[in-house]
Design a protein around this ligand. Structure first.
Ligand SMILES: [Cu+2]
Length: 342
């Protein structure tokens, strides 16, 4: 659906971009409902709920210095081998199952959305290992890649998670729970959420190499190479000036989620370095390693924190051919749609 949107250069450490069209931006407000109708109605203006500074106070304390790329167990290992089923496509995996307790979410109404993770023994899981400062990351996005929200539910006891959820528009949504049960490998389960009403999918994103969110412009560089770990650099500027005083958010200067267009496979993206490790600067560049399992088009969602507020920049990017001629088939980047892969 999205035209060829090729991202950047495969050159370590360089924010160089070559070849073809570039990444894309939809406008996105601060963390909260973004994209879609909200962005259209007030272009360039933050439309979501701004998240207060206290939300992730102490970020970095849990992780300081040991978030090297690929260090996270499970993720890196999976990428090194032939990728199995990408994360987020299953409601049940490895004996764990995502179980919603809330029946209905109505458009435009705040819902106390509750769910549990059922473990291999059939009981709710109550022990979770902190990852990126949180015990569970809850991502919601509409099937047309709009309306991205990155939330952190609270534990109510008995394995029940609760999160205030407001989906402004009707449509088919996907919700992801990204977590690591105590003593087990991290995993991401996904479930559908239907919001009744008049669903009008957004047209494909307009290709662009930058995304704007409020007064900020985020530039994306780097190639997404199928079957490889790809380095992506996102550079943040405010009012045209590079931002050099980013604040830690979720134990990093940025948090990136990547979703595959067509099935919303959830990709693990690792930040390169962490605040306080002596080598990670607080902007303007944030570096990530993304593990892309196949050719295709991907939505990229960058959460970053500056001046006390978390904002989300939204990109669309298509994969590039492997410059070393690897086995993975990749779209040619000639401007045609590439959502449907063989
Ligand atoms: Cu999170």
């Amino acid at each position: 659906m999205n035209g060829a949107i090729k991202v950047g250069a495969y050159a370590l450490g360089l924010a160089v971009v070559f070849g073809g069209a570039l990444g894309a931006g939809r406008l996105a407000g601060p963390v909260g409902p973004v994209g879609g109708a909200a962005a259209e109605s007030s272009p360039g203006v933050g439309t979501g709920v701004e998240r207060g500074a206290g939300r992730d106070a102490g970020a970095g304390a849990d992780h300081g210095g040991h978030q090297e790329a690929g260090q996270e167990t499970g993720h890196g290992t999976a990428a090194a081998k032939a990728p199995a089923v990408p994360a987020g496509l299953q409601v049940s995996q490895g004996g764990y199952m995502l179980m919603p307790e809330t029946d209905e979410v109505k458009a435009g109404e705040r819902t106390d959305f509750r769910f549990t993770v059922i473990g291999p023994g059939g009981s709710p899981v109550t022990g979770f290992t902190t990852q990126h400062d949180k015990k569970l990351h809850f991502i919601v996005v509409r099937r047309d890649l709009t309306g991205f929200q990155h939330l952190h539910p609270t534990q109510l006891g008995g394995g029940v998670w609760s999160v205030p959820l407001e989906l402004p528009d009707a449509g088919e949504y996907r919700a992801f729970a990204d977590f690591a049960p105590e003593g087990a490998q991290p995993l991401t389960l996904g479930m559908d959420l239907s919001v009744a009403g008049d669903y009008r999918p957004e047209p494909p994103a307009v290709p662009a190499e930058t995304a704007k969110v409020g007064d900020y412009t985020v530039t994306l560089a780097g190639d997404l190479i199928p079957g490889r770990t790809s380095m992506l650099t996102l550079s943040i500027a405010k009012d045209g000036e590079p931002v050099t005083d980013l604040q830690p958010y979720l134990a990093a200067y940025g948090h990136l989620v990547a979703l595959r267009d067509g099935d919303l496979a959830y990709l693990h993206v690792h930040p390169d370095g962490a605040p306080g490790d002596g080598r990670s600067a607080p902007g303007p560049d944030i570096t990530f390693y993304a593990e892309v399992p196949s050719a295709g088009t991907y939505g990229l969602y960058l959460d970053f924190k500056h001046a006390g507020t978390v904002r989300t920049a939204v990109f669309t990017a298509a994969t590039s051919p492997d410059p070393e001629g690897g086995g993975a088939t990749a779209p040619s980047g000639d401007g045609h749609g590439h959502s449907h892969q063989p």
